[in-house]
Design a protein. Structure first.
Length: 193
């Protein structure tokens, strides 16, 4: 929420690997009373997995991982949704993939309801899966065309420089991170970001 003050670097970016909920600042941990992040849904009782981690620990791990990704130029790009009415000839691959996935679900339901035979279901599944794979490949190819690795690397480098500056506010650092990071998924059981 924009009106809430930003009091830590990764506010609004970290997600629970179990339910996808946002990790938010909650209580504190240890004798030093270090603030922690916890899954909002766990706090409300709708997620069964605790993802508690201290803010300094997750921020340090994130910055280290970001610097490593920058040095190796290894980024996981999330496809952007096409803007509304930008190009009437543009193909929304995600929408087409969702349509094919619904067809696959209906084909399975037809088999389970004994409307289709196992052979018919196998053939339908093979054809639909091939279309999904083709659409995903075409989407990824379009994404690669639109993505300029050098320009993005330069942008990430600028954000890293900003978050390391002492004179920059936490809010400015958080806003800068939001320009390059969609989400950070925290897997507590594996200790992964």
């Amino acid at each position: 929420k924009k009106e809430q003050p930003v009091d830590y670097l990764l506010k609004g970016l970290v997600r629970c690997s179990a339910c996808g909920g946002t990790l938010a600042a909650g209580g504190s941990s240890g004798k030093a009373k270090v603030r922690c992040l916890q899954c909002c849904n766990y706090s409300r009782g709708s997620c069964r997995t605790s993802h508690s981690i201290t803010i300094p620990r997750i921020e340090a791990a994130f910055i280290e991982g970001l610097k490593q990704a920058l040095s190796e130029k290894q980024f996981t790009m999330a496809p952007k949704k096409p803007p509304k009415q930008s190009d009437p000839t543009a193909i929304d691959f995600d929408k087409l993939i969702a349509v094919e996935e619904r067809r696959l679900t209906r084909a399975k339901e037809a088999y389970l309801a004994e409307i289709d035979t196992i052979e018919q279901y196998a053939q339908n599944k093979k054809e639909i899966t091939a279309r999904i794979d083709d659409l995903k490949a075409r989407r990824d190819k379009d994404l690669e065309k639109a993505f300029d690795l050098e320009a993005f690397t330069k942008k990430v480098s600028g954000v890293v420089e900003l978050i390391e500056r002492e004179d920059a506010t936490v809010q400015a650092k958080n806003e800068a991170l939001h320009t390059i990071i969609e989400k950070i998924v925290f897997e507590k059981a594996k200790g992964n970001l």
